[in-house]
Design a protein around this ligand. Structure first.
Ligand SMILES: Nc1nc2c(ncn2[C@@H]2O[C@H](COP(=O)(O)OP(=O)(O)O)[C@@H](O)[C@H]2O)c(=O)[nH]1
Ligand SMILES: [Mg+2]
Length: 415
């Protein structure tokens, strides 16, 4: 789908990556340098005329604004272009919708979307007593009025459902169908180079069908040279300046990252020192409480963009903020460092011990299993007469875990 982009800043790199995630192609972008957005029309009206004229010959379906819009500006732009207009939060919400996998994530995203849309609807009801609104919720003022009440009721229902779902969260974690595969997820900010790295490390024709691994992210591929035993998931990643209303939806889509056996944290090393430090630290602070000790490798990307001297200082910075985790510098463009990443993945895959065990259906077993989440990646499968579990853990913890399993009356089948 082709779109045009309106922006008050020249730097469109983040928006470009966000739109790429949605398979939207930029037909043209228009930048107006001004102190702040025009109160009611975002761009000044002269500039809007100019854009309308230029864009007339272009083939595009939507107008994207690289900013947060006020309802009045949104209304103005949709009327002016007679096309659906989406602002930055709208773009992010669409990405979240595509990536939400679990019932909880889906509900969180729906709720965020409704909350976000309500003020726009209110504006529409206020302004448009006649005429059709192009795009989203097409159907004019009467339909929007009804929809408004409907949306509020819908929000209350979702809130109710969410409070129930959060209790079941842990159980959902075992729903993935990745038997025997080692899953690597890509974390990092938008525009860090995650998708480029996925393309560089995986054969393009190796996409894994979404039915097969329905609980994983939308883009999952086989990592090359691993005989299909390693899958890599591309993720939305972290988004700069995320509006507070979107945090819950964002965190629930992060589950794609948490599910993995190994997390590659991608950071763009062409940025300045402070930015690199801040991004790695922020990502680690987000990840650590959720990943139960799963390994993280810090991967510096776009190394082709910096000088050899700078490479050395960047490596030092990354080593400092990675706090003992492996650090690898790469460039997907010039294909450097990719073998190191592959070796690191395989080494961690081999270093992960797998324990299979079967436990009696007792309270002691259940409480043991919830405790094991602190030490290992746990998958469980309940049958009529036993609780079968598979654990992936650090080899150093194998004996301890076996001891705990035996103490709860379990039998260890494989370690
Ligand atoms: N020079 C250079 N540019 C890169 C490299 N990897 C990615 N990029 C560019 O950085 C931008 C963001 O990359 P992308 O993979 O879409 O980032 P994502 O948002 O993390 O998935 C794109 O314009 C890429 O072409 C690299 O190794 N070197
Ligand atoms: Mg991407």
């Amino acid at each position: 789908m082709r779109v045009i982009v309106l922006s008050l800043t020249e730097d469109l790199s983040e928006m470009r990556s966000l739109l790429e995630t949605l398979n939207m192609e930029i037909a043209a972008n228009y930048v107006q340098r001004r102190q702040g957005p025009h109160v009611s029309s975002y761009f000044g009206s002269g500039k809007i005329e100019e854009v309308l004229e230029e864009a007339e010959s272009l083939d595009f379906e939507k107008v994207i604004v690289n900013d947060d819009l006020k309802p009045s500006q949104h209304h103005y732009l949709e009327m002016a272009f007679q096309k659906e207009c989406i602002d930055r939060v709208g773009v992010i919400l669409r990405i979240f919708s595509e990536h939400a996998q679990t019932p909880e994530a889906i509900a969180q995203v729906q709720l965020a979307r409704l909350k976000y849309e309500l003020p726009f609807l209110r504006e529409w009801i206020h302004k448009a007593k006649s005429g059709e609104r192009p795009g989203f919720l097409a159907g004019g003022a009467y339909a929007t009025d009804v929809y408004y009440e409907h949306a509020r009721a819908h929000m209350r229902r979702i809130e109710g459902r969410l409070s129930k779902l959060s209790h079941e969260r842990k159980a959902k974690r075992q729903s993935r169908k990745d038997q025997g595969r080692f899953i690597v997820s890509l974390a990092g900010y938008t525009n860090a180079g995650k998708s480029a790295l996925l393309n560089a490390l995986c054969d393009s024709e190796s996409a894994v069908s979404s039915q097969m691994f329905s609980s994983l992210g939308t883009v999952t591929r086989r990592v090359r040279d691993t005989k299909g035993s390693v899958l890599m998931i591309d993720t939305v990643g972290f988004i700069r300046n995320l509006p507070p209303d979107l945090v819950d939806a964002f965190e629930s889509t992060l589950e794609e990252i948490f599910f993995a056996d190994l997390i590659l944290l991608i950071v763009d090393v062409s940025e300045d020192d402070e930015c690199i430090r801040m991004k790695v630290k922020t990502c680690l602070a987000y990840l650590e409480p959720h990943i139960q000790g799963r390994p993280i490798v810090v991967v510096g990307s776009k190394a082709d963009m910096i000088s050899p001297e700078r490479i050395i200082s960047v490596e030092l910075i990354l080593a400092e903020v990675a706090r003992g985790r492996p650090v690898i510098l790469t460039s997907s463009t010039s294909q450097t460092g990719l073998t190191n990443v592959l070796h690191q993945i395989i080494e961690i895959q081999n270093r992960t011990s797998v324990i299979s065990a079967s436990l009696p259906l007792t309270d002691a077993s259940y409480s043991l299993v919830s405790g094991l989440y602190e030490l290992a990646v746990v998958k469980q499968n309940l049958t009529d007469c036993s609780l079968n579990i598979e654990l992936k853990c650090n080899p150093d913890d194998v004996e301890k875990i076996k001891g705990l399993l035996m103490a709860a009356g379990g039998s260890v089948e494989r370690a």
